[in-house]
Ligand binder design. Structure first.
Ligand SMILES: *[C@@H]1O[C@H](CO)[C@@H](O)[C@H](O)[C@H]1NC(C)=O
Ligand SMILES: *[C@@H]1O[C@H](CO)[C@@H](O)[C@H](O)[C@H]1NC(C)=O
Length: 440
């Protein structure tokens, strides 16, 4: 069967994908609309995390399909325990943009436990509960998750990984209720592991996934060969100790600067490229970690841009994958060959929704197989749901590149809002009003 009418398109955490943190502490960044177009057309980045619920940015990502995570600032946490306030927050910041902007998650506060501000810490879980209730009232809770990101400062001790625990006091008073809530609503636990902030000259190779003597965990008898595995397994052990090993882990921030102060070792373009490239490969590989085998981790690289207004050491301003003119600081394999050649001038993205009539995108007769394979790789690489054309899936047969490509291209076309240009695919697609299932 040729299942082309699949309209339920979710960018799920289970699929390989690449996220970035879109920080904007800079005075030289391109307009959000340009950024959104660039990410959509020129990179395989399919998720972004914002640091500010900026309406201009939220509008810029409308109709791109890119999954967007929206933050709530720390100072709003005490107010959000008030349900009417939480409802207003959702109606002011989320509802004007959803579903045209693919908002998938709200992060309540940022590394709240590390602030040591008891007013915020005490109100964190109640604020999350209240926001969730507000989402339920708006019938958005099945589409938008609520969670909060943590630094590894939540661990009291992380060596060896198998003995890691959350900091005493916070473990039972905050993290346990938090994990319990996340489990109930099916949201992930978000952590920001930064091997960059954990290495010394002795452990640089360990941090960079290079050959090194490793870290032997006497208790579990596991030899850790890289710092990220050790950090993630420490988080896992601490969660497991409280009985929450089943809650999914998302890597909210991870990165390496490409420029630092003179005395800093391991800080240059080549090292940043090496680290980020290995991280992207690692988290998507399905290798997992010693305690979490065969998993992928939804991961957000820090950061999209160098941010020239950040304070602190030079490295703080140089975490960006891209410069402000959208040229890559270095390439980690996230730029993609242009699938669609149509340039924006000759083919403007319409702000209105495309055709609402029944239309399908299929392969043009005579299109080259390599181009069609590229279409499949592109669409499925975005994280769209391609399982029906995998072996055993309902649309696997006929097992031809042409049929699979039609499926993938149509999936993309339907997801992106059925604009004519969503079926261009470098002139290998055509829109048809004939239902391909019937006409087969
Ligand atoms: C709760 O929030 C609403 C709406 O912002 C506000 O009018 C009300 O005064 C708040 N209640 C309390 C107890 O702060
Ligand atoms: C992980 O995958 C390997 C290879 O496919 C398999 O042998 C192993 O049983 C899997 N482990 C778990 C825990 O699923």
């Amino acid at each position: 069967m040729f299942m082309v009418r699949v309209l339920i398109i979710l960018l799920t955490g289970a699929d390989a994908s690449i996220g970035v943190n879109y920080g904007t502490l800079a005075n030289d960044l391109p307009p959000p609309r340009e950024v959104a177009e660039f990410l959509l057309h020129s990179t395989v980045i399919n998720r972004i995390r914002l640091f500010d619920a900026d309406p201009q940015i939220l509008r810029a990502f409308a109709h791109t399909g890119i999954a967007v995570t929206v933050p709530v600032p720390n100072d709003q946490i005490p107010h959000l325990t008030n349900l009417s306030f939480a409802k207003r927050w959702i109606s002011d910041h989320i509802q004007p943009h959803f579903p045209s902007t693919n908002i998938i998650r709200i992060l309540v506060g940022n590394e709240v436990i590390s602030t040591a501000n008891h007013l915020l810490i005490r109100n964190l879980v109640p604020a999350m509960q209240s926001l969730h209730t507000a989402l339920v009232s708006a019938s958005l809770h099945r589409r938008i998750q609520i969670t909060t990101p943590h630094s590894l400062g939540i661990l009291s001790d992380s060596t060896p990984p198998s003995s890691a625990k959350f900091r005493q006091g916070y473990d039972t008073h905050v993290l346990k209720p938090l994990l319990s809530f996340l489990r109930t609503i099916g949201s992930p636990f978000v952590v920001n592991p930064y091997p960059f902030f954990g290495y010394s000259s002795d452990t640089l190779d360990f941090a960079l996934f290079r050959p090194n003597p490793g870290l032997f965990d006497e208790d579990s008898k596991i030899l850790y060969t890289n710092m990220l595995d050790a950090q993630l397994d420490s988080v896992y052990s601490a969660m497991d100790r409280l009985g929450f090993s089943d809650v999914e882990i998302v890597v909210g921030e991870i990165g390496w600067p490409s420029n630092g102060d003179k005395d800093q070792i391991g800080v240059d373009i080549a090292t940043a490229a090496e680290f980020n490239k290995k991280v992207v490969a690692r988290v998507n590989s399905g290798t997992g970690t010693p305690l979490m085998p065969n998993r992928t981790f939804e991961t957000y690289i820090f950061a999209l841009f160098n941010e020239n207004l950040k304070s602190g050491p030079t490295s703080e301003r140089n975490f960006g994958l891209f410069r402000s003119d959208l040229t890559p600081t270095y390439d980690i394999g996230i730029l993609r060959p242009t699938v669609r050649t149509s340039n924006p001038e000759s083919n403007p993205r319409s702000p209105v929704r495309g055709s609402s009539e029944k239309r399908w995108c299929v392969t043009k007769p005579g299109a080259e197989t390599v181009a069609l394979q590229r279409n499949i790789d592109y669409v499925c690489g975005l994280g769209l749901d391609c399982w029906p054309i995998k072996e055993g899936g309902p649309c696997y047969l006929p097992n031809t590149v042409e049929a699979h490509s039609s499926y993938a291209m149509n999936l993309f076309y339907q997801t992106m809002g059925k604009h004519e240009f969503d079926c261009d695919f470098d002139k290998t697609g055509k829109i048809t009003a004939l239902d391909p299932v019937i006409s087969l």
